[in-house]
Design a protein around this ligand. Structure first.
Ligand code: KG4
Ligand code: ZN
Length: 348
């Protein structure tokens, strides 16, 4: 089996139609067509709208990726696709397209886990993953701490959110503050002008018995409610809401908890590499605080560049290429989609 396999990856788990092509550990192209603007007026992703947009974007996005990478489809060694978790209808479009490609080209297909792909993408930026690596995935749908002995087949869950995902909390708080959807980048921007110690918002599951019972779990719904109450109280009193200070203080509470728990996991599992992935890993304050705390703890921080943290096809291609290089068996052509695919299942 080639050590530098040429793999095309397709990602359609949410609102991004991503197609990436990787050769071994080298990213050749990462093309993304997003339907985010079509969802903005609803304040959240509408599954049917996303599925329709994937259907329309799929062929042009594949064609664009091949053209920009100077790759012919027949030269591919394999096709990889996100088979879960994600929106059922959206996943179906990607998996059906990947099957059609694999069948027509006579190439193997790898149905892979979206979350493992968020981890694997860093290989194309920072080289092979140390085994094990500690990975924290923070996105609109997930917040997980993972011990990753081998991203192609051994991913272990140490903890996850009990309620809202970190990105979901950003999106909901943005709404309370009157910022557009998706809120994460807007909160990040607003927070740059604010004071992060202006308001002392709660840090869920970080004290007393909570931390004993939920050492590596997260909870952001109490924080989200605290922000909403704080803002409402101001509004009812007819006072102006200091948006930048609320954004900065909220953001600080999230990234404080995330980095604290991630480093505790590194310490207790004796792992000296921490990788942060998923859309929220694009957050500037999370990147800065993680950098400071990792340096202090002697942990090497791996952060994919922001464009590779949000959903994309390169991450799927990167994981697919690892699977081919490591000689993993391809998936069956009848592979299913699994909207609630567990994080510990790397391949469908
Ligand atoms: O990984 P992703 O693109 O899609 C999912 O799998 O969910 O993550 C999207 C999430 C959204 O909630 C978005 O608000 C958040 O990532 N996000 C951010 C930032 N950029 C994206 N959150 C905080 N700060 C950012 N700069
Ligand atoms: Zn994602």
């Amino acid at each position: 089996m080639s050590e530098e396999p040429l793999v095309l990856g397709i990602e359609t788990s949410c609102d991004e139609t991503g197609v990436g092509i990787v050769r071994g550990q080298t990213l050749l192209v990462d093309t993304v067509a997003s339907s985010v603007e079509e969802h903005a007026r609803f304040g959240g992703v509408v599954p049917e709208v996303a599925s329709r947009a994937h259907l329309e974007a799929m062929v042009p996005t594949i064609e664009r990726a091949c053209r920009e990478a100077g790759v012919q489809l027949r030269d591919l060694d394999a096709v990889a696709v996100t088979s879960g978790p994600g929106l059922a209808g959206a996943l179906l479009v990607g998996v059906a397209s990947a099957k059609a490609l694999a069948l027509a080209l006579g190439k193997p297909i790898y149905g892979v886990n979206h979350l493992a792909s968020h981890v694997a993408v860093d290989i194309v930026e920072h080289g092979p993953l140390p085994e094990p690596t500690m990975a924290m995935l923070v996105s609109g749908g997930h917040s997980s701490l993972l011990l990753v002995p081998d991203v192609t087949h051994d991913v272990r869950s140490l903890g996850a959110t009990m309620d809202d995902a970190a990105g979901e909390a950003f999106d909901k708080v943005a709404r309370v503050l009157g910022l557009p959807f998706p809120g994460g980048p807007h909160v990040d921007r607003a927070a740059r002008e604010g004071n992060r110690i202006a308001i002392d918002f709660p840090r869920g599951l970080t004290t007393g018995r909570d931390v004993e019972r939920h050492r590596f779990d997260f909870s952001f719904s109490g924080l989200k409610t605290a922000v909403a109450r704080w803002v409402e109280t101001r509004q009812r009193a007819g006072e102006a809401v200091p948006v930048a200070d609320v954004a900065a203080s909220f953001q600080e509470a999230v990234v404080d908890v995330l980095t604290r728990k991630a480093l505790l996991a590194c310490k207790e599992h004796d792992v000296d590499h921490l990788l942060i992935g998923g859309g929220v890993a694009a957050n500037s304050r999370l990147r800065a605080l993680a950098g400071e705390r990792c340096a202090k703890a002697g942990v090497t921080l791996r952060l994919p560049r922001p464009g590779l943290c949000t959903d994309n096809g390169a991450m799927v291609a990167a994981l697919g290429a690892q699977m081919v290089a490591k000689g993993r068996e391809p998936s069956d052509l009848g592979l299913p989609t699994d909207s609630s695919m567990p994080v510990t299942l790397v391949q469908a």
